[in-house]
Design a protein. Structure first.
Length: 76
């Protein structure tokens, strides 16, 4: 249908829905005194976001993670 440039009926109702999981990660990571604490907090934050991603992508297939930084992730 795409190659023949025909109108696909369900394309008219297509909408993006985004789910944003936000944390104050930069403050959490930088509020340390020693370097090992900073690395540990980075690992904890990444592990937590990985668990949320696993939950929303595999346990309850609601979407896929499309973006991540130290302040959270975005799923579509």
């Amino acid at each position: 249908m795409l190659l023949e440039q025909e109108q696909i009926p369900f394309v008219l109702d297509l909408r993006w829905r985004l789910l944003s999981i936000r944390v104050n990660g930069l403050e959490y990571i930088t509020n340390v005194i020693r370097l090992p604490d900073l690395l540990s907090r980075q690992d904890i934050l990444n592990d937590s976001l990985d668990k949320v991603r696993h939950l929303l992508e595999e346990e309850y297939p609601l979407g896929n993670e499309v973006y991540r930084d130290e302040n959270g992730s975005l799923l579509s």
